[in-house]
Design a protein around this ligand. Structure first.
Ligand code: K7E
Ligand code: CUA
Ligand code: CA
Length: 649
């Protein structure tokens, strides 16, 4: 990757299209240097992008075209995009096609705008140490996936992983706030996650009740320092969480590792790609095998095994663990798991909207493998000889294929990290080519993206309502696409119109570092609330007259209300050494009328939305006067909205 922004610019300041070449070379050099070139040499395709979109030859014409996708002032977008925030630990929402930023939802991070990690209510969700401080303050969100009903989104929940500490969080889609976080036992590198779409047994349950979570890193089990050198015994677990209670239901001990997760539309199968079937601990070892796997879990059989008590427990965890290792699942008729060999270090597994195929890309192989869902089920019935026979196509599509999105016309769109392209290929054509038909065109289009795409996803593409309108390419490097802002660059979420035969790049949306995956949802599916209901908060200060200072020994509770532009108490007194809890209920009922509450030198700031209650607890250890003030602009007299905390020495 070029470190020098200006090097790749022509004198007129416009990017030189030939930089693409440089980029590819650099990417290869980097890989070769890392000893990675082996797997790539298998690519028979020429490296130059064949029919890639030409650089803007008619800027004026293109500009008019691009204007088509603008959303006029006062108009609303047609889609929500929910995006993971990577190691910022949050989830973001932006509108499409405009790319307008709408909200950052704090999840695993702390956030002083809303007071996430500061208020007692958010601390209870995040989890605390015995001293009341947060257990973790970091998080790494990669995958956001909403709950389903009838094969499409029901607008209820969004689930998101924390790769660093192995936690799953749930965001309510009516308030767009995180309401639960669960730490998963005995796992590290919780990467892929996906809710199920229906129950494998009960046809009445046509909605999400489980969320599956894959552990990418193998660890000693239990991981207590007693067995760190026995590398051959490191294992990873696949975990099932109940989507309502957010309690862990069961885990599966596996060989190899998990990475991304996908679920079938009939609820029968959960899948995860495996790049480290070698179970190597150093990265050259993870590339030793020519084939890794896509691993399929038979959900109904796993739950039968759990019910029958065919389980073990790891360390002091109370979660039942079933055995999904290769050797224990050799008989298809009783197997809980099926390991389908896939070329070299695959990354990503996605199911087509018709529910028929999984696409699993070989990151170090120029191929995408197509696995038929029906044939996986057939293997579990004992009617398919080898797991590998479930592969029905393996087209060569380009270098560094990662993630695949789908339209509603049988086409797949795969991100090519090394080629910096999106490749559009036809699934049925790929199947015919695999069967020996030489007359089909598998790869139908390519388009350059800028640069190095990770995830790519289509509008509604992970539902049976895939609409084939837009593809978003979340690129890992933006380099020269935006004004430079120092060494840390913005990322690009490039919007591509996929409604025609040719893909058209129609917008560069900048995004703050660093989204991995996103979901594009039609706006009619999302039904948000405008204000809270005061009764939802057991500690609400329901009447102004209930305001005051309430002492119980050294513990002092301050009950406050807010209504623009005033708090119910102009001042309140406590003593040095008191443990002070402030409870604030916002009595404003007007939509959008949020107040803030900051206390200087006590490091407190949070907001209360209309009819919401929040509380904070702190030690009054500094005598003096502290002006508590409203931080959220609410009224012409917003600056006057203050109260005095007086701490007596
Ligand atoms: Cu490819 Cu974590 Cu989904 Cu990043 S993962 S891109
Ligand atoms: Cu209340 Cu600003
Ligand atoms: Ca491997």
């Amino acid at each position: 990757m070029s470190q020098d922004h200006n090097k790749d610019q022509k004198l007129d300041g416009q990017p030189d299209p030939s930089r693409r070449k440089f980029l590819n070379t650099a990417a290869f050099a980097g890989l070769a240097g890392a000893g990675l070139s082996v797997g790539l040499s298998a690519c028979k395709q020429e490296q130059a992008p064949a029919p890639a979109a030409a650089p803007a030859a008619h800027p004026a014409a293109e500009a008019a075209e691009v204007g088509k996708y603008e959303v006029a002032p006062g108009q609303l977008d047609t889609y929500y995009s929910f995006s993971s925030g990577g190691h910022s630990g949050n989830v973001r929402i932006y509108g499409l096609p405009s790319g307008r930023e709408l909200k950052a939802i704090p999840v695993f991070n702390t956030d002083c705008l809303v007071g996430w990690g500061i208020t007692n209510e958010s601390k209870a969700i995040l989890g605390t140490k015995p001293d009341g401080s947060l257990k973790y303050t970091t998080g790494d969100t990669h995958h956001v996936h909403p709950s389903y009903k009838d094969g499409t989104y029901d607008g209820k929940y969004l689930f998101v992983n924390d790769k660093i500490h192995g936690r799953i969080a749930r965001v309510r889609l009516d308030t767009m706030e995180c309401d639960k976080i669960t730490e998963l036992p005995n796992m590290q590198g919780y990467h892929g996650t996906f809710p199920d779409k229906r129950d494998p047994v009960d046809p009445a349950i046509n909605y999400t009740t489980r969320v599956f979570c894959g552990a990418e890193f193998s660890i000693p089990l239990p991981n207590n320092g007693s067995n760190m050198d026995k590398v051959d015994q490191y294992r990873s677990l696949f975990t099932c969480v109940d989507s309502e209670s957010m309690q862990v239901r069961w885990q599966v001990l596996i060989d190899g590792n998990c990475d991304l997760v996908a679920t079938s539309y009939d609820g029968k199968i959960a899948a995860t790609n495996q790049y480290n079937t070698e179970m190597g601990v150093h990265y050259p070892e993870t590339m030793a095998a020519e084939r890794d796997a896509c691993l399929f879990f038979n959900v109904a059989r796993i739950e039968e095994a759990v019910k029958a008590g065919k389980v073990t427990y790891i360390g002091d965890s109370k979660i039942p663990v079933v055995d999904g290792r290769l050797a224990s699942n050799a008989d298809p008729k009783t197997a809980l798991t099926c390991y389908v060999p896939i070329p070299k270090n695959p990354h990503g597994v996605n199911i087509s909207p018709d529910g028929k195929y999984y696409a699993c890309s070989g990151k170090l192989s120029p191929t995408a493998s197509v696995i038929a869902h029906e044939l996986v089920l057939k293997w579990f019935d004992g009617d398919l000889k080898e797991p590998r026979d479930a592969v029905v196509a393996e087209p060569e599509i380009g270098l560094g294929p990662l993630h695949t999105g789908f339209d509603n016309k049988g086409n797949a769109y795969t991100t090519l990290f090394l080629d910096s392209q999106i490749v559009k290929w036809n699934v049925e054509a790929a199947i015919k080519a695999y069967q020996g038909d030489k007359n089909v065109t598998v790869v139908v289009d390519r388009i350059d993206v800028h640069y190095q795409p990770g995830h790519g996803f289509t509008s509604m593409g992970e539902t049976k309502e895939a609409d084939g309108k837009f593809f978003i390419s979340d690129n890992k490097f933006s380099k020269d696409r935006f004004l430079p802002v120092g060494p840390l660059h913005a990322e690009t979420a490039q919007m591509i119109d996929i409604s025609g035969d040719k893909m058209k790049l129609v917008a560069d949306h900048s995004v703050l570092s660093e989204p991995h995956d996103s979901i594009v949802i039609r706006r009619d599916i999302i039904k948000t609330r405008q204000i809270y209901n005061m009764d939802e908060f057991p500690n609400a200060v329901k009447d102004f007259k209930d305001s005051g200072v309430f002492r119980d020994g050294k513990k002092v509770t301050i009950k406050l209300t807010s209504q623009a532009p005033a708090y119910s108490l102009g001042e309140f007194k406590v003593k040095k050494g008191d443990e002070v809890t402030i409870i604030l209920t916002n009595h404003d009922k007007v939509e959008d009328l949020t107040h803030g509450f900051a206390i200087p030198k006590y490091d407190i700031n949070f907001i209360v939305n209309p009819q919401e209650t929040k509380s904070v607890t702190f030690k009054a250890d500094k005598p003096g006067v502290y002006w508590c003030y409203c931080t959220h602009f609410c009224h012409a007299l917003h600056l006057e909205m203050r109260s005095r905390l007086m701490v007596e020495a």
